[in-house]
Write a new protein. Structure first.
Length: 333
């Protein structure tokens, strides 16, 4: 059953229509089915008659309300895939086969399907994921070598000429979304703005807009077994939330609900710092705290737009409120 109104209800006939629009009338679908794990787009795997395995990602219907940063996210993922393929080719991302926009069909992507199981599934199965997490850390460091021209999001969304200004604009957009959707926050929005502004000067240490994946939770990391049977990185997927800014942002989602600076021996953290040294000094810790604040605020604000409630996802509201309160408390202290 579809949870989020941003996810279209697809059927095999509709999938065939998207494939024809992408690859032409000669594209024949042998089999297809939905993929789970995401909450924004509808995603289906497709086996073509010629043996190719592809993934179809379809954006929300035009009438569905979105958060401000979610505008044109399907197009954003297409741009991300092109960027990584051209400028960080050592990082395994799906090959972009087609990005389509159509008055009736909407916005969609067709990509090659990468092999492997997710880091999330492997972790739950008790596999040795240390080498995989290390490979993920090195891949993030490679992505971060790509430099943009501005900070923040592209496509007319929150951005600026400095990282401080872009971050403040991003927070302002989330707080505006919270007001639009009447999302309860643990403290008034004005209090969040004041605390963020008080510490925003630490963001001026960022002098280069690095390419950021931003959504590196374990469900977006794929692996196949290496020669020794240990899972190895085979893909980094779902780049639709990419932005430009401080590389430290990408040490938040991969250690969701944890603190990277408190776990320097985590394989991902250790491998990342070997490839891109960063000291966990007071300024870095403060920046990481601001980025966790942004992520937890985003996860809180998006709940109504996804039809997520305390009843449908027990404990999420309380957990995020606790985490937000902890980060705000650190800023206040």
């Amino acid at each position: 059953m579809r949870v989020s109104p941003t996810q279209r209800d697809l059927d095999p006939g509709q999938v065939r229509r998207f494939l024809t629009a992408s690859l032409g009338s000669g594209a024949e679908v042998a089999d297809c089915g939905p993929l789970s794990g995401g909450g924004f787009a509808a995603v289906w795997w497709v086996r073509l008659a010629d043996g190719r395995d592809v993934v179809l990602k379809v954006g929300p219907p035009p009438h569905v309300r979105l958060l401000r940063y979610e505008r044109d996210m399907i197009g954003a993922e297409a741009r991300y895939l092109r960027l990584v393929a051209a400028r960080a080719p050592g990082v395994p991302v799906p090959a972009l086969l087609h990005h389509g926009r159509h008055r009736d069909l909407g916005d969609w992507l067709l990509t090659a399907r990468l092999p492997g199981r997710t880091l999330w599934d492997l972790t739950r199965a008790g596999a040795d994921v240390g080498p995989l997490r290390a490979g993920f850390g090195r891949a993030l460091a490679a992505v971060h070598t790509v430099t943009g021209e501005r900070y923040g999001y592209d496509g007319g969304r929150a951005s600026a000429g400095t990282w401080r200004e872009a971050y403040l604009a991003m927070v302002d957009d989330l707080l505006a979304d919270a007001a639009d959707w009447a999302v309860p926050l643990p403290v008034p929005a004005s209090r969040i703005r004041d605390l963020v502004a008080r510490h925003a000067a630490v963001l001026d240490a960022v002098r280069r807009p690095a390419l950021l994946h931003f959504d590196g939770w374990a469900g977006n990391v794929l692996a196949v077994d290496g020669p020794d049977g240990t899972p190895r990185l085979s893909g980094l997927v779902d780049g639709e939330r990419y932005l430009w800014g401080d590389p430290l942002v990408d040490l938040v989602s991969p250690l969701l609900f944890r603190r990277a600076e408190d776990e320097p021996d985590d394989p991902l953290v250790r491998a990342y710092r070997e490839a891109s040294p960063v000291p966990f000094d007071a300024g870095v810790r403060r920046r990481l705290g601001l980025y966790r604040l942004y992520l937890y605020l985003l996860m809180t604000v998006e709940m109504p737009s996804r039809n997520i409630t305390a009843a449908s996802d027990p404990g999420r509201v309380e957990l995020l409120a606790t985490l937000l309160d902890a980060e705000l408390g650190d800023l206040a202290g």
